[in-house]
Design a protein around this ligand. Sequence first.
Ligand code: HEM
Length: 470
Amino acid sequence: MEKICGFYYGRLPIIIISDLDLLKQIQIKDFQKFTGRPMLIPGGAQPVNELKSQLTLQRGEHWKEVRSLLTPTFSSSKMRQMTPIMQKAIGILMEKIDEKAQTEEDFDIYEMYQELTTDVIGQTAFGIQTNVQQNPEDPFLTNCRAIFNIQTSEFLIFLLMCFPELYNILYPIRKLVDVIWHQIFSTPGRSLIEGVTKVIEERRKNPALRRADLLQMMLDARMAREDIQNVTAKQLTAGEDEPTEDVSKDKKYGKKQMKFVTDTEIKANSILFLLAGYETTSTALGFTTHILVNRQDVQERIREEINDVLGQDGVLDYNTVNELRYLDQVFSESLRVYPPVITFINRVADEDCQLGDFKIPKDTAIQVPVWQLHHDPEIWSEPYEFKPERFLPENKKDIHPMAYQPFGSGPRNCIGMRMAQLEAKLALARILRSYKLVPSEKTEIGEIQYNVKFLTIGPVHGIHVKVVPV
Ligand code: HEM
C-alpha cells in the first residue's frame, strides 16, 4: 500500500501520510515546524471576532502560549475535582434509563448520550446550570443548535477556495454577508457568549461562586512568560501516562511577567470545548454501546470487574473507575474500530521541510488518515474484529504509538482526552452495574451503518437498545 498521496482541496494542497515514521516526525519530533491546522474554509467557519481566539485556529508561538495555559485545565487532578459535576449529570441519565426499564420499551440511547454530554459541557465550560436532559426547551440547547447550524455563503467559500489571490476582496464581502445574515436571521453563539460573560463577571465579583469546572480553571490559569518558553513537548501533550505538571498551582512568581487566558480567549474556548467535546464523546459512547449490545460476553466481563472492584456497596468515583482495567481496554478498542474524529488530525507546514524523500513546501496541509491506520491489516491482525485484549499491558506496549490515534498524537493532540475518557467510562460503568443492555427489534446486529459528517462519523439510525435490571 502507498504510504503517501495527495490531492487539492480547492487550491490547498493536502498530503495524506500513513507512514508511521513520517507521522512521528510531523506530529512529535518536528512538531514546531507543523504547529498549525489547515483552514479548510478560507477565513474560518465563523468569521465573528470573538471566536477567532479558539485554540484550534492558533499556530506558532501563540498556539504554544494558549495551549500551555489550557493543558493543565484538563490534568488528572482537575478531572478528579470535576467528577462530581459529571456524576450528577450521569445520575439524571440513570433516572431516564430507569424509566425505560420500567416500561420495557426500546429507546435510542445515543440521543440520551448527546443530551448528557451537552449538560456536562454546559456546566463545566460555561458554568451554567443547564438541564438539557430533562428539559428539551432548555435555552442552552436552543443556542447550541444555532451554533451547529451556522449558515455561510457556500458560493463565496467556493470562490475563495479556487481564487485565494482574491482573498482581500472576497473575504470582507463574505464577512459582510455573514454579518447581515446573522443580523436578520439568528446570532449563533451570541447568547452563549453573553451567558458565559455574565458568569465570568459574577464569579469575579463574588468568590463564593467559584466552582471546580473548566471555566474556573481557565479563569485561574496563569504562567510566567519565561516559564511558557520552557514548557516541553511532553507537558503540552495530553496523555494518560504522563500527567501534565500543574503549572497554574499557587506558585510564587515574584516580579515575573505573567500571562493569563484573556476573557476573549476564555469565551472562544468555551465555545470550542462545546464543539469539540459534545458530539465526539456522545459518539464514542454510542459506538461502544453498539458493540456491548452485540456482545453480551463483553458486558458480562465488565460487570464482573465492576463487582470485583466495588463489591456490593462500593462507590463508583474517580479512583474506582480508573481501576476498571477491562472497561478501559473495551473503550480503547471501541475507539480503534470506530474512531469518532476522522478528518481533524491535520497540520500545516510552517516552513519548507524535508520529509524522508519528499520536499514539503511551506503551507502544505498534512492529513493523518486515522480510519485507515486503525484498519490497516499490516498493523492490526483482523482489523475489523473487536478484540479488547489488544490493549492488555503486555500487548499494548507493542502497538506503534502512531498507529493508534483516536485522540491524535503529540503536543497538538486532543486536550480534552482525559475528560472524555472519564465521562464515558463513568457513564458506561454506572449503566452496566445496574442494567443489561439487550437488543430490540431496531438494534443493528453486527455491522452498524454510520455516516461521515464534517469532522466526525456518527450512527445513521441512532443506537437502539432495551434495558433489563441486573
Ligand atoms: C471521545 C471524545 C473525543 C475524541 C475522540 C476527540 C478527538 C480529537 C482529535 C482526534 C483531535 C485532533 C488531535 C490532533 O490533531 O492530533 C482533537 C483535538 C481537540 N479536542 Fe478532542 N476529542 C474528544 C473529546 C474532547 C473533549 C471532551 C474536549 C474538550 C472539552 C476536546 C477538545 C479538543 C480540542 C480543544 C482540540 C484541539 C487541540 C489543539 O488544536 O491544540 N475534545 N480531539
